[in-house]
Design a protein around this ligand. Structure first.
Ligand code: GLN
Length: 482
């Protein structure tokens, strides 16, 4: 059952071969046995999960099952879930019990899915290795001395280690795709505005987007069907007709034009990653696709632009954690100013503080025009590069990450090296485009390699089709570390 697809699990539940209570119990047992080594979950609440499973079993018995009814999902601890501790990986929210559900959680609840627990993450989703979590680092199940990627590292580790059937993640600069690549799973960040951000703790609101992380593109398509939809409580939620992301999975790839940005295959890319991506591209050609060389000339500016804009938005979003309304409050202080100071300096970790300081700086009088405004202009140029590229191709492919999973502690002291882990993913968020990562082999150290697929706005069904056809022809996605 642990290696079954979501479609197979749903069929088994419907055929009464297993109940949701049994399936949920199976995963809860695995979590109890293995989470102490992986640290993929911050919070599990077997009672609440099993209560949902009982309701799902009733839905199944009444013949009211939807595709995800009864299926246990790991929820990134960035999503508020009513009655659940929701920490965002921070001491600031270590004791916060969410009083309401995020839109994503509501959607999964309505689908009859089970919240299996809250997965570990970098503090406030800032990081690429899951080492900034207040609740400790997450281990990569392929090699526990290595990072799972971040910030959705708990989700990636849990999916790879079979500690959930599938999971949710969020991606502000690569946090679904990069950990998916490093853990050998599949993940998709949809077009900005497709999934509501309501109840998803804000990092950089113009970039944040939720999406599924699972073992295959087909599973991701099913999850995306449940996650998307207009929500008036998010002012950037898009009002569009509901799509079925499964609809195009079986289309042949003949004639698909794959753009290869020369900037993604240049210096800085590990040779083993480059070789695996080339192998995957050969497979695509065999499946009838053609490749075209393209250029994204401004993509080299994506990392510096992101590290102006994302901290700017974060410094504003995180100003709400003042020790007054909710979250951590310092135990001792002389007056209100000292209460703010101490609460924030004790409640936030170093990476979060670094971002707040950068953000406050670039937004301050005298620097706003030089940094923030300039970065906004380059952001537009980056988006225009993609628009030009999509005149020549249907999808863009390349590596997800410049290297395979690095060792825990390896980049901890060097923020710039850490930031460069997202060199191929960040431009996609700046442009608001959809992007995904699929496993395409293993590097010299035996760690998984991910290939990135980038699509034009709202082309998720086509990207999932491209990924699914590759997964029908190869078995990298079904390799398991456990
Ligand atoms: N690694 C990037 C950062 O630290 C992206 C994180 C994310 O996508 N949430 O900001």
């Amino acid at each position: 059952m642990l290696n079954s697809s979501l479609k197979q699990m749903a069929a088994a539940l419907r055929a009464n071969e297993i109940s949701s209570v049994e399936l949920t119990g199976l995963y809860l047992e695995r979590i109890a046995a293995h989470n102490p080594s992986y640290n993929a979950y911050i919070t599990v609440n077997p009672e609440m999960s099993l209560q949902q499973a009982r309701l799902a079993d009733e839905m199944l018995a009444r013949g009211q099952a939807q595709p995800l009814t009864g299926i246990p999902i790991g929820q990134k601890d960035i999503f508020c879930a009513k009655g659940w501790r929701t920490t965002c990986g921070s001491k600031m929210l270590a004791d916060f019990i969410a009083p309401y559900d995020a839109h994503v959680i509501e959607q999964f609840n309505a689908a009859g899915a089970i919240n299996l627990g809250k997965t570990n993450m970098d503090e406030f989703a800032m990081g690429s290795s899951n080492e900034t979590s207040y609740f400790g680092p997450v281990k990569n199940p392929w090699d526990q001395t290595r990072v799972p990627g971040g910030s959705s590292g708990g989700a990636a580790s849990a999916v790879a280690a079979r500690l959930c059937a599938a999971a949710t993640g969020t991606d502000t600069g690569g946090s679904i795709r990069q950990p998916a690549a490093l853990c050998g799973i599949t993940g998709i960040k949809p077009t900005y505005g497709t999934v509501s951000r309501y109840g998803m703790i804000a990092f950089a609101s113009s970039l944040d987007q939720a999406g599924p992380m699972a073992r295959s593109a087909e599973d991701c398509a099913l999850l995306l069907n449940a996650m998307t939809g207009f929500d008036e409580r998010d002012s950037t939620s898009l009002q569009r007709e509901k799509e079925d992301y499964v609809r195009d999975l079986d289309l042949p790839l003949k004639g698909l034009r794959i753009g290869l940005p020369r900037e993604f295959f240049a210096e800085g890319l590990s040779p083993d990653v480059a070789a695996r991506v080339e192998d995957a591209l050969s497979e695509y050609r065999r499946l009838g696709a053609v490749t075209v060389d393209i250029s994204l000339p401004n993509s080299k500016l994506a990392v510096p632009v992101y590290y102006v804009l994302a901290p700017a938005e974060a410094s504003s979003n995180l100003s709400r954690y003042d020790g007054v309304r909710y979250g951590y409050r310092a135990p001792e202080y002389a007056d209100i100013t000292e209460m703010y100071e101490k609460s924030r300096s004790q409640g936030f970790g170093n990476e979060v503080k670094r971002r707040i300081m950068i953000g406050t700086y670039v937004l301050s009088h005298g620097y706003y025009d030089a940094y923030y405004l300039q970065a906004q202009k380059i952001r537009r140029l980056i988006a225009q590069d993609f628009a030009e590229a999509f005149k020549q191709c249907d999808v863009i492919m390349g590596p997800t990450s410049p290297s395979t999973a690095f060792r825990l502690g390896e980049k901890g002291d060097d923020p710039v090296q850490m930031y460069l882990s997202d060199i191929y993913t960040i431009a996609v968020n700046l442009a608001g485009l959809p992007g995904m990562s699929i496993p395409c082999g293993f590097g010299d150290n035996g760690m998984p390699v991910g290939m990135q697929i980038i699509g034009d706005y709202f082309s998720e069904a086509r990207m999932l089709n491209a990924a699914h056809q590759y997964q029908l022809a190869t078995d990298w996605h079904s390799r398991s570390p456990v």
